[in-house]
Design a protein around this ligand. Structure first.
Ligand SMILES: [Zn+2]
Ligand SMILES: [Zn+2]
Length: 272
């Protein structure tokens, strides 16, 4: 499988990237059924725009929302418009299209409708099949199995462990873990254990953010500690807000983890 970091800016869109939006692809050549699969992890503000540089959103097979902070879900409104009114593929003129599965925390359907604020009685049921994420209850999308775990954030929030066919080692299985937004916790260590690639948030800096309440975000140092403790093969740091020092985030992680480490950038692709 392949990871494209479509949007990786933390907490709000930055000058060089949209907010959280990550595409997991299984290319047709790697897929056991010979068909390409596209699953989105998060759809934060700006994500839908950059996604169109990679795939047509009509080709999505599922969307998983880690939590309902706007930097992780608010472009669901734009995707609703796209799926409804697209001139050749939208449900408005092509009603036979199956609703796109959208997995999220409690109240995802209501929150998406409130954000869109459509006409009275308008719902998104013809475009989206909303389903609730539950801790440790796996989701299957084509050749991908995704295990959600509740993580440590001020709202109901999940990280994801994605297992699927490897593009790096044909015939074998690979694991990709996305932390979502979380402070360091046992659940995120379980999610990351032995992963080929750990996509970890690193929104905070050591020292500067020490007086912020616990249970919100990790620092680069926390992400490095997570990568080392979970014994992952590579680390991609993400959810870094525009006001952070990227070199400092990398240095914090390097103090804990000696494996290959990069900071996510919009459009970067990682073969797993
Ligand atoms: Zn966030
Ligand atoms: Zn958040």
């Amino acid at each position: 499988m392949r990871l494209v970091t479509v949007g990786c800016s933390g907490s709000f869109a930055g000058p060089s990237s949209p907010a959280s939006c990550y595409l997991v692809q299984v290319p047709a050549t790697t897929s056991p059924d010979g068909r390409a699969w596209n699953v989105l992890l998060d759809l934060g503000n700006g994500g839908l725009g950059a996604l169109q540089r990679v795939i047509d959103p009509l080709d999505l097979d599922a969307v998983l929302l880690s939590h309902l902070h706007p930097d992780h879900f608010v472009d669901v409104c734009g995707l609703y418009v796209y799926l409804r009114y697209h001139p050749t593929g939208g449900t408005e003129r092509h009603g036979g299209r199956a609703p796109l599965p959208v997995f999220g925390p409690r109240d995802t359907a209501e929150r998406a409708s409130m954000a869109y604020a459509g006409r009275p009685g308008e719902d998104m049921g013809a475009q989206f099949d909303f389903r609730r994420l539950r801790d440790t209850e796996p989701i299957t999308v084509g050749p991908l199995t995704i295990e959600p775990r509740r993580v440590y954030h001020p709202v109901e929030a999940f990280g994801f462990r994605v297992t699927g066919p490897s593009t790096e080692r044909p015939g074998e299985t690979a694991v990709l873990t996305f932390t979502g937004d979380t402070d360091y916790c046992d659940a995120v260590v379980d999610l990351a254990r032995g992963a080929d690639l750990l996509l970890s948030e690193a929104a905070f800096h050591e020292g500067r953010d020490a007086d912020v309440d616990p249970g919100i975000h990790m620092t680069g140092q926390d992400a490095g500690r997570l990568a080392r403790t979970a014994d992952v093969s590579s680390l991609v740091l993400t959810h870094v807000p525009a006001w952070n020092d990227l070199d400092l985030t990398l240095a914090e992680a390097a103090g804990e983890y000696s494996g290959p480490t990069v900071i996510a950038s919009t459009g970067a692709t990682f073969s797993v």
